[in-house]
Design a protein around this ligand. Structure first.
Ligand code: SAH
Length: 355
């Protein structure tokens, strides 16, 4: 006789963490036909069902088995902030009470972009970023990455559709590449969210080996590398992870990425007043990127409480951009969105304090 109490719901594995193979194997073990997998994913992801009971075209017995075997949702919305420009930010509480942020961005071209986190905290230690101030706690699972998209999609109005995904929230995506790739498979799948891989952008501090793996994955994701400095001396100060990597190794990997995918790589550059926004920095950046099919994304620093950095002085971003464009580089300036709601990485989680 088995005296053990029935498992608590929290101990069950998350449905959204199941790989396609594992889930098909589970269905087969229940004697259910393989096509049920597609049905379940459509309910869980496209229709954002809140319970297995709601999956009305599945046999009742299968719904009960699913509810006994899996948790459908693991995160709860802890806080929701909306800014006047339409940006909405959610703080999600995970099953172990850790918290992560994700953001929905709206623009006037009807783009609806979700910005996702991949880790609780971050180990990279970039000196101007709120996410890494307390180090990394853990990687998110693929289901936790996916669940951010589902939570944000539920904020959309009837005439809005998710169009883009940027992996620019908390954490270093390429330090959690397997979970990220599994989540992106569902996000881009036809029986998932059907978002084109060309509309997915992964932002990294620049980890050469995972960049190569991503290049070889055969997926058309856009790669953005957070450069922030044109020389190793300055980058070692701003991005401590650079000390063990170096710009040369990063650029070799991004060149391979471009060679393998044909996707132009974006280089992000957060402008910090008097630190990396001087004319000589712009000129050095030109020499570093010369001859590459690159897009430089200039991001005026978003002030973080307690950090000594300031946004660039008025006119400085435009002058910096001008030096780059004059030498033939493609440049975009990322205007601040949602700064009233602490939309820059890690800020909301920090402001609301420990869980
Ligand atoms: N770990 C990834 C994702 C980070 S978030 C990476 O390093 O790319 C996405 C971008 O926002 C990065 O370029 C990051 O450096 C930048 N960022 C972080 N804090 C910022 C701040 N306070 N103001 C402006 N940009 C910031």
């Amino acid at each position: 006789m088995n005296d053990e109490p029935p498992p608590k719901a929290i101990d069950l594995p998350a449905l959204l963490d199941q790989s396609p193979d594992d889930f098909r194997a589970w269905l087969a073990a229940q004697g259910a036909p393989g096509y049920r997998a597609g049905q379940v994913w459509r309910w869980a992801i496209q229709k954002r069902a809140e319970s297995f009971e709601a999956m009305s075209d599945l046999p009742g017995a299968l719904r009960e088995e699913l509810a006994r075997a899996f948790r459908l949702r693991t995160a709860r919305i802890d806080a929701r902030h909306e800014s006047p420009d339409g940006t909405e930010k959610l703080l999600l509480r995970l099953a172990d009470d850790e918290r992560v942020e994700c953001v929905l961005l709206r623009d006037d071209r009807h783009h609806r972009t979700v910005c996702l986190s991949t880790q609780v905290g971050c180990a990279m230690g970039c000196v101007f970023c709120a996410s890494g101030l307390d180090g990394v706690v853990r990687n998110l699972t693929s289901g936790e990455i996916l669940e951010q998209v589902l939570a944000l999609a539920s904020l959309l109005g009837e005439n809005e559709r998710l169009s883009h995904v940027v992996v620019m929230g908390m954490g270093e995506p390429l330090a959690n590449l397997d979970a990220l790739l599994a989540a992106l498979e569902r996000i881009t799948a036809e029986d998932g969210l059907g978002i084109s891989g060309r509309r997915v952008t992964i932002s990294t501090v620049g980890l050469p080996e995972p960049i190569r793996r991503l290049a070889q994955s055969g997926r058309p994701y856009n790669l953005a590398v957070s450069l922030h400095a044109p020389t190793d001396a300055l980058r070692n100060e701003l991005v401590p992870a650079n000390r063990k990597i170096g710009l040369a190794a990063i650029l070799a990997a991004t060149d391979e990425y471009f060679g393998a995918t044909g996707r132009r790589v974006t280089f992000e550059y957060v402008l910090l007043d008097a630190v990396n926004d001087r004319p000589e920095h712009a000129r050095e950046l030109v020499s570093l990127l010369r001859g590459r099919a690159a897009l430089v994304n200039l991001i005026p620093f978003n002030a973080v409480e307690g950090l000594p950095y300031r946004p660039p002085a008025s006119g400085q971003t435009a002058r910096f951009a001008e030096t780059l464009t004059a030498s033939g580089l493609a440049v975009k300036i990322r205007y601040r969105k949602g700064d009233r709601i602490d939309a820059a990485c890690g800020q909301l989680r920090r402001r609301l304090g420990p869980s």
